[in-house]
Design a protein around this ligand. Structure first.
Ligand code: GDP
Length: 437
């Protein structure tokens, strides 16, 4: 359906990624407040709570963090979701954590994103840590979001107040990070650079007022940069595919809600849906978008789908809602093309890894290394190498402990992207090239 028919703004799913403590939550909280989504009263409540725990400066950050556990630890653990409107978009903000242990959550956000804000802490030392060649989070996040198909980013160079709004610092970060982003596959024309201070509210929704920043930065501000992002492409014509990122079971008998982003197709209340991999069939009772019931959900929308007539145990995070006549494939033996990241221990035949695909996670074993590829041309440079080292590109066969919902990357990008982890670190990224069985 064209947007005009429903008279609503196009939805833009925007992930916020970046180093832990770079200011992602502060920035999101500020934006929501400035755009009227969080009241001053709510901010005060958070401020009070924060002061009690001696973390006064976390006031805005806490507006997004939900659970008590997260608050105590001061990190955003699950993907918090908030939204606001700009002139052009209905923006769904996917705030993702930056802590090393929580990369899978960051990915949960990134897999749903159309574009991302990459937050950088401009302070001396912090930017450098994020860019560290052996595991810097800025580098890892930039690589991950690109590998998930996000090709437009706004780089928010935050905490400019800490470096006295120095243009030289901004230029240095832009030069160094820009070079790296190019190697990740971002085009210069799809990256915008915004100096700002979330704390001092400089350059967020209006041109900077601090004369030190104003003297060299004439805009655009962050909000303008978001509005300048390209309209995301949507797959409306294909059958429904909605990877489930979360399941809410209510006490009311037989009622269960699946949350996630529609990758293809559409659904409305009354639609019959097939839940994979359990093969349960349910009927859509209602669809909620931003805590409001809506008549229809379409590709690109982030929704909660309340189902009836289905056993709740059949609906699981990591599963996929699809059209009953077009079930997604379920497989446990896959051929994947991967790019190995900065690892110190080589990947061998027999290596045990954690396999992540959309919102599913499975134990996996490398059963074959088929060929080594030239990372630039993709041509085979060696058949059946014995092991894989950092930065190599290869085709491998993996066997999963349990089957997952999957599509070949050429058929559906969102369901064909994978990443592999080991000992709490992402060791490789890739795409499914063949479903073996
Ligand atoms: P996150 O881990 O990326 O979500 O970072 P937070 O939003 O929790 O911020 C981490 C710390 O940096 C907190 O103490 C914030 O108050 C502080 N901070 C965030 N933005 C700014 C800023 O623009 N300037 C300064 N000076 N501090 C900031």
């Amino acid at each position: 359906l064209p947007d005009q028919v429903e008279n609503r703004l196009n939805q833009l799913n925007l992930a916020i990624v970046g180093h832990v403590d770079s200011g992602k939550s502060t920035l999101s909280g500020r934006l929501l407040h400035l755009l009227g989504r969080i009241s001053q009263k709510e901010i005060h409540k958070y401020e009070k709570e924060a002061k009690l725990l001696g973390k006064g400066s976390f006031a805005y950050a806490w507006a997004l963090d939900e659970s008590a556990e997260e608050r105590e630890r001061g990190i955003t653990m699950t993907v918090a979701v908030a939204y606001f409107n700009t002139k052009k978009y209905h923006v769904v903000l996917l705030d993702s954590p930056g802590h090393k242990d929580f990369v899978p959550n960051m990915i949960s956000g990134a897999t749903q994103a159309d574009a991302a804000i990459l937050v950088i802490d401009a302070s001396i030392g912090s930017f450098e840590t994020g860019m560290d060649a052996t595991g810097g989070q800025t580098r890892e996040h930039a690589q991950l979001i690109r590998s998930f198909g996000v090709d437009q980013i706004v780089v928010a160079i935050n905490k400019m107040d800490v470096v006295k709004y120095a243009k030289e610092r901004f230029d240095m970060i832009k030069l160094q990070l820009g070079t790296f982003l190019r190697t990740c596959g971002f085009k210069d024309s799809s990256v915008s650079w915004i100096p700002l201070s979330a704390m001092e509210n400089q350059n967020l929704v209006a041109a900077p007022s601090d004369v030190r920043l104003f003297s060299w930065c004439q805009g655009p501000c962050l909000l303008d940069a978001i509005d300048s992002l390209q309209n995301p492409a949507r797959d409306y014509s294909r059958p429904l595919l909605m990877p489930i990122c979360d399941v809410i079971k209510s006490q009311t008998q037989g009622q269960v809600s699946a949350c996630g982003k529609l990758e293809a197709g559409a659904l409305r209340s009354g639609s019959k849906v097939l839940v994979m991999p359990s093969r349960g069939i349910g009927t859509v009772r209602s669809v909620e978008r931003d805590s409001q019931v809506c008549s229809i959900a379409r590709a690109g929308d982030n929704v909660g789908v309340s189902l009836q007539g289905i056993d709740g145990s059949h609906v699981m995070a990591g599963g996929v809602l699809c059209h009953p006549d077009f079930p997604v494939a379920v497989a446990n033996h896959l051929e994947v093309k991967i790019l190995v990241l900065d690892i110190t221990t080589p990947i061998l035949v027999g290596s045990q890894l954690e396999f992540h695909i959309h919102h599913a996670k499975e134990a996996a074993r490398v059963v074959k290394i088929l060929s080594l590829l030239d990372p630039k041309t993709g041509k085979v440079t060696k058949k059946a190498p014995r092991f894989l080292m950092a930065k190599q590109s290869a085709v491998v066969e993996v066997a999963l402990h349990e089957a997952v919902c999957v599509e070949e990357y050429s058929t559906c990008r969102a369901l064909g992207r994978v990443f592999l982890r080991s000992s709490g670190r992402t060791v490789a990224l890739g795409v499914v090239t063949r479903i073996i069985k």
